[in-house]
Design a binder for this molecule. Structure first.
Ligand SMILES: NC(=O)N[C@@H](CC(=O)O)C(=O)O
Ligand SMILES: [Zn+2]
Ligand SMILES: [Zn+2]
Length: 426
């Protein structure tokens, strides 16, 4: 038995369905009896869940390695209980051809503490003018299935129609950053509300989001293709998705941890950590996205982990880069807002944070698989009662724009195993 072998016996853990079992890890799979020489891990009182899957991560490599790298971003992911992340295309250069997608995939294999699946850009350089090489990215060894201009909205409806048509034959999906940039002034940087008026900040109305979603679900219907709505944040947006699903339109939606917990009032101190797209909203919107995540109108939680270097955040609110960290506290925030409030049980949480994101991103069978013999050994061990004050300095991320700094939250992740490899241990 080599010392490097990933052989574990995890005893006494409770699964998402409430049953208690022992888990046997032999290399990268779960088996039905203890491998010889396995390390024993007592997990009494802990939950064992399939590793979490994030459809929406910004890893910043290549181009902004001062803010994050594949290594540091996936270390943050493992710390948060994730065993797979989808890397957004808005890097420098943009991931808009097969070679660049293959390079991200290779970086993941070389440096990753979890599986890294590249997302391809919808348009070249995210410029919104010309479709990228989506077919070649799909055919490449990176096997890209999710395409997004995230950071930018695909504003041209004809281009959006063509993109949806293009990905349909190979089962791809267009993940849209739904934000009508023509419906707010150039300085829009928070939610349009009484608070934006009082603070003197330009606002994004909720309708800048819901109008694009309404257009796109109809284009998904027209093309019989698949649409994913990134970071939905408004009651109006949720209503449109609910309507579209009732019509049988192939649409899925995602909410971020920060839109489940944080509100417009966070920006009152002009702390640019809280500047994000779409902006933090008011209580009625927060209530709407929580309800929609519980009832399945919103299919998944996606972190929109968006690391930024200090020089991009240390500006007047209107000039700072939007985006905040998310990977390390995602599970904690979903527990606090959804599980500990009695809105959601653990098996639904697993669906929203592991099974369904894996399915949307075409990783079903490899990620988000229920823990049973034969399944890949992607496991997160969770202590449901631990709590701690978040310290941004303790982050695995290279950036410090953590919106939960100083806040007391659950501190659930005890250990993470990716394909049998222990990638995090508290
Ligand atoms: N969410 C953000 O405010 N910023 C993201 C881009 C995006 O998700 O739109 C980023 O890349 O920094
Ligand atoms: Zn976005
Ligand atoms: Zn994003």
């Amino acid at each position: 038995m080599s010392e490097q072998a990933n052989h574990y016996v995890i005893t006494g853990a409770r699964l998402a369905d409430g049953t208690t079992t022992d888990l046997f890890v032999r290399d990268d799979v779960l088996v039905d009896e203890a491998p010889s020489g396995a390390e024993r891990i007592a997990a009494d009182g802990l939950l064992a869940l399939p590793g979490l899957v994030d459809l929406h991560t910004h890893l910043r490599e290549p181009g902004r390695e001062d803010a994050e790298t594949v290594r540091t971003g996936t270390e943050a992911a493992a710390r948060g209980g994730f065993t797979a992340v989808f890397a957004m295309a808005n890097t420098q250069p943009v991931t808009d051809d097969a070679e660049k997608a293959e390079w991200i995939k290779l970086l993941g294999e070389r440096d990753g503490s979890c599986y890294v699946q590249p997302i391809g850009a919808v348009t070249k350089k995210l410029a919104g003018k010309e479709l990228s090489e989506m077919g070649l990215m799909a055919k490449s060894s990176a096997r890209v299935r999710v395409f997004s201009d995230d950071g930018m909205c695909v504003m041209d409806p004809l281009l959006m129609r063509r993109a949806l048509e293009w990905v349909r034959p190979f089962g791809g999906v267009i993940a849209q950053h739904s934000q009508d940039s023509s419906l707010a002034g150039p300085g829009a940087c928070c939610h349009e509300s009484e608070i934006s008026g009082r603070l003197g900040l330009g606002g994004w109305p909720a309708q800048a989001e819901s109008i694009i979603i309404a257009r796109d679900v109809q284009l998904a219907e027209l093309t019989r293709s698949r649409l994913h709505v990134c970071h939905i944040s408004t009651a109006e947006g949720v209503d449109v998705v609910r309507w579209a699903k009732k019509r049988g339109i192939n649409v899925t939606a995602e909410v971020t941890p920060h839109h489940l917990l944080l509100g417009t009032r966070e920006v009152e101190g002009y702390d640019t950590t809280f500047k994000v797209n779409p902006p933090l909203r008011t209580d009625e919107h927060i209530e709407a996205v929580r309800e929609a995540l519980a009832d399945g109108t919103i299919d998944v939680v996606g972190t929109d982990h968006a690391p930024h270097a200090p020089q991009d955040k240390d500006h007047a609110f209107v000039d700072a880069r939007p985006g905040m960290l998310g990977l390390e506290q995602a599970l904690a925030v979903v527990m606090e807002t959804m599980v500990n409030t009695g809105r959601m049980d653990w098996s639904t949480l697993v669906d929203r944070m592991s099974t369904t994101p894996a399915r949307i991103g075409n990783l079903a069978g490899r990620q988000g698989v229920a823990l049973a013999p034969g399944a890949p050994a992607n496991i997160v061990l969770v202590d449901p009662s631990a709590r701690a004050s978040v310290d941004r300095e303790a982050s695995r991320s290279r950036s410090r724009n953590n919106p939960y700094h100083g806040r007391e939250l659950p501190d659930p992740v005890v250990a993470t195993f990716w394909e049998g490899r222990r990638t995090f241990q508290r």
